[in-house]
Design a protein around this ligand. Structure first.
Ligand SMILES: Cc1cc2nc3c(=O)[nH]c(=O)nc-3n(C[C@H](O)[C@H](O)[C@H](O)COP(=O)(O)OP(=O)(O)OC[C@H]3O[C@@H](n4cnc5c(N)ncnc54)[C@H](O)[C@@H]3O)c2cc1C
Length: 520
């Protein structure tokens, strides 16, 4: 039996952020992580036997990690901006073409809109919406690491009635219908509302708007950057910050029960241990916390297929005009017109895998080849990360392996539909001659990461203002037990690789320890 000021259940990146802040403030911190290494969904991994490539196995791009956390903790995290935001292959009549969005060349982007949509009207509307979300980003992002504002306070901070209506009140689908005439353009924007979020774009519950919000405000700009060295480099910096501040991180330590009075039971080295804590911070999802406390839990449902690949070379695209290096360095959208997204939602909600599932793909190694070993770099190999939308856990419930094989087949077919050659011919092979290709369903995430239902945000994303049991001025991390706080993606502003859930839980503990404002 050991005694600590704070025990953190789960060593995901948020748990590590909390550990670093608290240890630096002089608290005695123990992190208990059930996996063999910390990081949760923010890790790099050499997934293919005999292939020296450290893929960001789950999460891959960074937007929501505030500079403030990087500076406060002295993290050596390097992020690289992508010049190409996105490329979306389309067919217009018999011609294969595509919509290219170049962050540094508005004329080139305008010409691409002209080619694909027949005018630059949608480009003007695109720029207008980007300005609107940019204003929201500048006002809202800095509030995420402060105590929660009330809805009215946040609305005042946004200070723009039209922006408030568009982002916080009107279903994203309506906005896209209203402002854009081309369905491909609508779809490219719609995907920001559907990452890890299984929703109809016109849902009046607005879960898709909440997902959209977090995808367009990161860093006050909404840019999604490449972490140099892969996601494992971000976690590595956090481990270093937490350990050097004195936090103890114990891996292969699975928590099996939490007593809300501050007793945490865990298994380590084939024995059961007990850790006493003044505070218990739950980096695990809220429904996992319920299970550990012995309460009834309602697990969320995740809805994506992640596919990792190592290629001998990039494939050609069906559009002979586009350089694959341009197309793959940004986000390449595949069969993600708004109508295709809606149809996929309806099909998979009824348990059917679509003929051409919507997905998006990007090549990390074009922007940062430090994740390749020397031989792989010399041979010109590339990585591909594919994120398939609308693949809910329910599809895989009856026969996981068969449904996974079918989902992967359909997804590769979808990808092939925009390529000039089958992707299979470009895959590198591992030491046993197998293609370097792995897929992760929501059930895999549940089993490997303890993410309930495979939900990548531990549950639906929430508005960044006070609601429910969270009062204005609190940190949005409270549970009904005063000594138990959420410190992960499931806290009010916690989803994605942001560290915000960990930061806010640490601030709640420190505020209470200092006898200051409400704890959580
Ligand atoms: C496939 C995929 C792609 C994604 N892509 C992106 C992206 O590109 N950019 C982005 O910003 N976000 C992305 N996300 C979301 C993001 O990765 C997560 O929301 C975020 O990493 C969650 O971090 P966390 O620290 O809160 O929780 P987790 O990363 O879930 O960490 C929780 C930790 O708790 C541990 N644990 C669970 N149960 C126990 C137990 N009983 N005892 C002890 N330990 C336990 C787990 O092993 C894990 O290490 C993606 C997620 C996935 C899965």
């Amino acid at each position: 039996m050991t005694s600590h000021d704070v025990v953190i259940v789960g060593g995901g990146h948020n748990g590590l952020v909390a550990a670093a802040y608290l240890a630096r403030a002089g608290q005695r911190v123990l992190v208990l992580e059930r996996g063999t290494s910390p990081g949760g969904a923010a890790v790099s991994y050499p997934a293919f036997d005999g292939v020296d490539v450290r893929l960001s196995r789950y999460s891959y791009l960074v937007s929501l990690l505030p500079e403030q956390i990087i500076d406060d903790l002295g993290l050596t995290v390097r992020l690289r901006r992508r010049r190409i935001s996105s490329y979306t292959p389309v067919r217009r009549g018999d011609t294969a073409t595509g919509l290219l969005v170049d962050n540094e060349d508005a004329e080139r982007t305008a010409a691409s809109f002209q080619r694909v949509t027949g005018s630059t009207r949608d480009f003007a509307a695109w720029q207008e919406l980007a300005e609107l979300t940019g204003r929201v980003a500048q006002r809202v992002f800095p509030t995420l690491t402060e105590p929660l504002p009330s809805r009215e306070q946040l609305r005042e901070a946004v200070g723009d009635d039209e922006a408030w209506r568009v982002v916080f009140e009107q279903p994203l689908g309506h906005t896209l219908q209203e402002r854009f005439s081309d369905d491909t353009v609508r779809g490219v924007l719609a995907t920001d509302g559907l990452i890890g979020t299984f929703a109809d774009l016109n849902d009046t519950g607005l879960v898709q708007n909440r997902c959209w919000l977090y995808h367009v405000i990161g860093g006050g700009t909404g840019d999604w950057d490449v972490p140099v060295g892969g996601m494992g480099a971000v976690t590595g910096a956090l481990v270093e910050a937490a350990r050097s501040a004195g936090a103890q991180i114990r891996t292969e330590a699975e928590v099996v029960a939490i007593d809300p009075d501050g007793e945490v039971r865990y298994r380590h080295d084939d024995a059961e241990h007990v850790a006493h804590a003044g505070w218990v911070l739950a980096n695990v999802a809220p429904s996992v916390l319920d299970d550990l406390i012995g309460e009834a839990s309602v697990p969320p449902e995740g809805a994506q297929l992640k596919v990792n690949m190592v290629l001998r070379r990039l494939p050609k695209l069906a559009d002979p005009e586009v350089d694959p290096r341009d197309a793959f360095s940004g986000t390449l959208h595949v069969n993600e017109d708004m109508a295709q997204l809606q149809a996929a939602f309806e099909a998979t909600a009824q348990g059917r895998i679509p003929e051409l599932p919507p997905c998006e793909i990007y090549c990390h190694s074009l922007t940062d080849d430090s994740i390749l070993g020397p031989e792989e770099r010399r041979a010109g190999m590339q990585t591909l990360t594919l994120f398939g939308l609308h693949m809910p856990a329910r599809l895989f419930a009856a026969d996981h392996e068969a449904a996974k094989a079918e989902a992967l087949r359909a997804t590769l077919r979808s990808l092939d539909s925009v390529l000039g050659e089958p992707i299979e011919g470009c895959l590198h092979t591992d030491a046993a001659g197998r293609p370097c290709l792995e897929a992760k369903t929501p059930l895999d995430l549940h089993a490997e990461l303890g993410m309930p239902g495979g939900h990548i945000f531990h549950g639906d994303l929430q508005w960044p203002y006070a609601h429910g049991e969270h009062e204005p001025g609190s940190w949005g991390v409270a549970t009904k037990y005063p000594r138990v706080l959420l410190c992960g993606a499931g806290s009010t502003r916690g989803g994605g690789v942001s560290g915000i859930g960990g930061h806010n839980a640490a601030m709640a503990v420190l505020a209470q320890s200092a006898g200051g404002q409400r704890a959580s």
